[in-house]
Design a protein around this ligand. Structure first.
Ligand code: ZN
Length: 278
């Protein structure tokens, strides 16, 4: 079985809310600090959303550049996976793609439309094709975020149309998100991963309390793990977590289950990346 890639989704794009989410890093310096701590704990892939000084989510290029520069200045060699989402509904379509200008090694590629919270997350096929071209032009590896079965089908269609970079697909099954109507269950993941080619590098992002059992399942089933406060704020019921604590627990689980954890070089090889630290 391949070494386990541990990805940490450090902050997400939820609105700042010190009462409900006191442990979520929202200031840029706090996001940088938590990212570096998560890397030191064993995460070799960091999924980042950018925020203004007051914690407001943004897709602005400069806000992402600040995070990248701060994380690299700390000596962190993790692969950086920048969000091309909507910054909590603040960016639409092509405006979502500004982080690609920084030519990160990887960025998230939401593979279709879905209900999301109280909103619609838009991803019609013409936009998906345009987004795929933008990723290819920028040399950025897409992490195909699939929230449901149809997203997997659309990702495979883009691959058939020659719009995705060569090499194994990198797929994130994003499950149990409120408002999507899709459960985070083993049965759901078994169905979804049966649809992708055998060499696909697949992860599961499971919301809330499903994160821990899905982590254990992914370690055993040959997938890779996404943890972090974007998806789950708690270490256990009634106890807030830090990103590093969540990563440390994955490292311990992997050791117990005898699955080696990938270092940065192995992570780049598994993800089909060139080996730079951009
Ligand atoms: Zn995200």
């Amino acid at each position: 079985m391949d070494p386990l890639i541990i990805q940490c989704a450090v902050t997400g794009s939820a609105d700042p809310d010190p009462q409900r989410r006191p442990n979520l890093p929202v200031a840029p310096e706090a996001i940088i600090d938590e990212s570096v701590r998560a890397w030191r704990a064993g995460a070799t892939l960091l999924h980042l959303h950018a925020r203004e000084d007051d914690g407001t989510p943004t897709q602005g290029r400069d806000a992402f550049a600040r995070l990248v520069d701060g994380i690299r200045a700390a000596g962190c060699d993790a692969v950086l996976n920048l969000s091309c989402g909507t910054a909590g509904g603040r960016a639409e379509r092509d405006d979502r793609l500004a982080p690609l200008e920084l030519r990160p090694e990887m960025a998230s590629f939401d593979a279709g439309t879905i209900n999301f919270g109280e909103r619609i997350f838009e991803g019609d096929l013409p936009f998906l094709r345009r987004m795929a071209e933008a990723f290819r032009r920028s040399g950025v590896r897409p992490e195909l975020e699939c929230f449901d079965t149809g997203h997997v089908g659309l990702a495979l269609q883009l691959q058939r149309e020659g719009l995705l970079s060569a090499g194994p697909l990198v797929v994130q099954f994003v499950l149990g998100v409120p408002g999507t109507g899709v459960p985070a269950t083993v049965r759901q993941v078994e169905h979804l991963r049966g649809l992708v080619p055998g060499d696909t590098r697949w992860f599961v992002a499971a919301a809330g309390a499903a994160q821990l059992p899905m982590t254990a399942y992914c370690i055993l089933a040959g997938g890779h793990v996404r943890t972090g406060l974007e998806d789950n704020l708690s270490y256990r019921r009634g106890e807030r977590a830090t990103n590093a604590q969540l990563v440390e627990r994955v490292v311990r689980l992997a050791a117990e289950l005898e699955r080696p954890v990938a270092d940065a070089a192995q992570t780049r090889a598994l993800l089909g990346l060139g080996g730079g630290a951009g």
